[in-house]
Write a protein that binds this ligand. Structure first.
Ligand code: GTP
Ligand code: MG
Length: 137
């Protein structure tokens, strides 16, 4: 697939990492085709991560994701989903490779700086969750 969806999470936005993270994404060859600073209500965060609703960390994740602004984006590149997951690194920053966005900017397995879609289908669903047609170039 040519596109993926990403979100800079509230921890990284609050620490002022947005510019550095977007620069790293562009340096890795991704083109930004949609971008917005917004906030998730608890209801929207719960819907976005509904696949994890049975997990013990779900309530905490929903509270975290609705605790402050996020930066959502659609990114374009060949093999976008897989290459972007490599760029952000493992879910737990302690296990993430050197130079990955989570290794550089994440605090913990929950407050891990950035989201990346895990499939082409989810990239499309998540992009549509945040962006209308007119908000994309
Ligand atoms: P996303 O790109 O945000 O979807 O992360 P991921 O695909 O690397 O991980 P996953 O989809 O399994 O989990 C979604 C999010 O839930 C993670 O990014 C973390 O913010 C949080 N999370 C995952 N595992 C744990 C955990 O064991 N404990 C806590 N507190 N949070 C977790
Ligand atoms: Mg995931």
């Amino acid at each position: 697939g040519k596109q993926t969806f990403t979100m800079i999470k509230p921890d990284a936005f609050a620490k002022g990492y947005t510019g550095a993270i977007l620069a790293k994404i562009q340096e890795a060859g991704f083109r930004i085709v949609a971008l917005k600073l917004t906030r998730l209500t608890a209801e929207k965060a719960a819907a976005f991560y509904a696949v994890h609703r049975e997990r013990p960390f779900y309530q905490s994740l929903v509270e975290f994701m609705s605790s402050g602004p996020v930066v959502a984006a659609i990114l374009e590149k060949d093999n976008a989903v897989e290459d972007f997951r490599k760029l952000i690194g493992a879910t737990d920053p302690a296990k993430a490779e050197e130079g990955t966005i989570r290794k550089l900017y994440a605090e913990s397995v929950e407050r891990n700086a950035i989201h990346g879609s895990d499939s082409d289908e989810n990239a499309r669903i998540e992009s549509d969750f945040f962006f209308s047609a007119l908000e994309r170039v």
